[in-house]
Design a protein around this ligand. Structure first.
Ligand code: NCD
Ligand code: ZN
Length: 481
């Protein structure tokens, strides 16, 4: 007779297409049964989930945990504790650390740090820049995907030329890994920022004036062209404008392997909030005019945008409150507030809770090859679960955040919906709003469970043959350059 480790009893179990009243049995970290409570096996432990919703833990594909490099902003322990409080059971960490995660050594070092400190599961991005192309084949073995910065942002990562980007896509495409793009075109922003500074502008709105939506439109269009040419899979991070939806839609319609993401701040905040939050709201891409919000919501609803992530980007209060906007560090924490903010919209009737699970868990798992092991509560899946009280009303208080960075533009916002318990592979890491001792180091890397088929390679063969012919003993990027 099977004895489960845990049965979560009589909650409402949510998937991307249904909500059912059911119990969930867990053994050895896996879900072994979902169904009527009377059908559950005996269990060592039970949790009464009556009145609560049982969701697949969110997979936040865009966080900056600053480790190694900026221990005063965040590290893997504080960042993943914040994730656990936010109902987030897997995070994908960005490479703009010190050193950047752009070599096999830096990647191995970050893997060691994360394995030692993480409370939740993690994937690591490898940095894709002109200087790191040669490392792609080796890094591909232990990254969840690659990150390419088309525009400058925190950490001063150099922006590759279009030629460098094409070559980078050519080299990544055969690995099947996805390239996540910070899609803002640097040369446009640089010129405009220079003009603003020359004119003496140092106010918060100068930031948005230097990054009009055309920077994203141009970048998304160009990235889609290169992805179409090479067959590389790409993901457009943090979509902030109505305008960039057009090139994204068009690329999807042509069959480009492209996906999109937005973040809570682009649909819940607007230019009106700059007066109140000043530098705190400075983020790349910028929070824009309110007219962008509804088109982005619509794009989520119609599948143009696939994913909600957070761009969790912690900085210290001092770094966020400087007077000269150009000296304020960009970004703010979000991994902990995303789920309550979105559940508030569920409660307001903007979309249903299955839609939310599709954007926060199921789609991320599918896009990065983790589904159905993650992203769903079903027999055989890993028991990554957020148990939420959907009707609990509370006020976000920066001072109470787990993140080391206790400064966000969501401070004092009323929300309805709270993660009460978070399980990662069957183990409570957060229970009754308390981080459980002994869970540091419980997080495991997820790249190993990817099982993506090789992508359809379009013009790669031809280019690769050319590379081989030009320099038999030379590495690809040198032979092409
Ligand atoms: C991010 C950061 O601080 O690392 N900042 C931001 O404004 N989004 C970098 C990034 O994601 O572009
Ligand atoms: Zn980011």
């Amino acid at each position: 007779m099977i004895i489960a480790d845990l049965v979560i009893r009589s909650g409402k179990v949510v998937s991307s297409d249904s909500v059912i009243a059911a119990s969930v049995a867990i053994k050895d970290g896996l879900v072994i049964a979902v169904g009527d409570d009377s059908a559950m096996p005996q269990a060592t432990e039970t949790l009464d989930a009556r009145g609560l919703h049982v969701l697949p833990g969110a997979i936040d594909v865009h966080v900056h945990f600053r480790d190694p490099g900026y221990p005063h902003k965040e590290d893997f322990a504080s960042g993943t504790a914040a994730a656990a409080f936010g109902g987030v059971t897997t995070v994908f960490d960005m490479p703009n650390t010190i050193p950047p995660t752009g070599t096999p050594d830096a990647l191995a070092a970050k893997h060691r740090i994360a394995a030692e400190k993480a409370h939740v599961d993690f994937g690591l991005y490898g940095l894709l820049g002109e200087d790191t192309i040669e490392h792609v084949p080796e890094m591909a073995k232990s990254v969840i995907g690659f990150k390419l910065y088309m525009g400058n942002t925190f950490g001063k990562i150099p922006t590759p030329s279009t030629g460098g980007m094409l070559e980078a896509f050519e080299v990544v495409a055969p690995t099947g890994k996805r390239v996540s793009l910070h899609a803002e075109t640097n040369s446009i922003m640089e010129r405009r920022e220079t003009r603003m500074r020359q004119a003496g502008r140092i106010d918060p709105l100068a930031h948005i004036a230097s990054r009009p939506a055309v920077v994203a439109v141009e970048a998304v269009s160009r990235a889609a062209t290169l992805a179409e040419w090479t067959g590389a899979r790409i993901h457009i991070l943090h979509i902030s404008s109505a305008e960039e939806l057009r090139p994204l839609r068009e690329a999807k319609a042509r069959g480009v392997e492209i996906t999109g993401e937005t973040c809570p701040h682009y649909v819940l905040l607007s230019i009106e909030d700059y007066a109140r939050f000043a530098g705190v709201i400075r983020v790349n891409p910028p929070v824009r005019e309110a007219r962008n919000q509804q088109p982005i919501w619509n794009a989520l609803a119609d599948g143009t945008i696939d994913v909600i992530a957070t761009d969790h980007a912690p900085h210290s209060p001092e770094e966020k409150t400087r007077n000269d906007i150009w000296t304020v560090d960009c970004g703010f924490p979000g991994v902990e507030t995303q789920m309550p903010l979105m559940l508030t919209e569920v409660n307001a009737g903007r979309f249903n809770i299955s839609d939310y699970v599709r954007w926060s868990a199921a789609n991320p798992a599918k896009i990065w090859g983790l589904y159905p092991r993650k992203g769903v509560i079903a027999p055989g899946a890993e028991a990554d679960i957020a148990i939420v009280d959907l009707i609990r009303e509370w006020t976000i208080d920066d001072a109470k955040l787990q993140s080391l960075s206790k400064i966000t533009p969501f401070h004092r916002r009323r929300v309805k919906g709270m993660p009460i318990h978070t399980l990662v592979r069957g183990r409570f890491v957060m229970k009754d709003r308390t981080l459980l001792p002994g869970t540091r180091g419980w997080g495991r890397p997820v790249h190993a469970i990817q099982n993506l088929p090789a992508p359809h390679l379009r013009n790669i063969d031809q280019t690769m043959k050319m590379i081989v012919r030009v320099g038999e003993t030379v590495r690809p990027r040198e032979s092409v350059a």
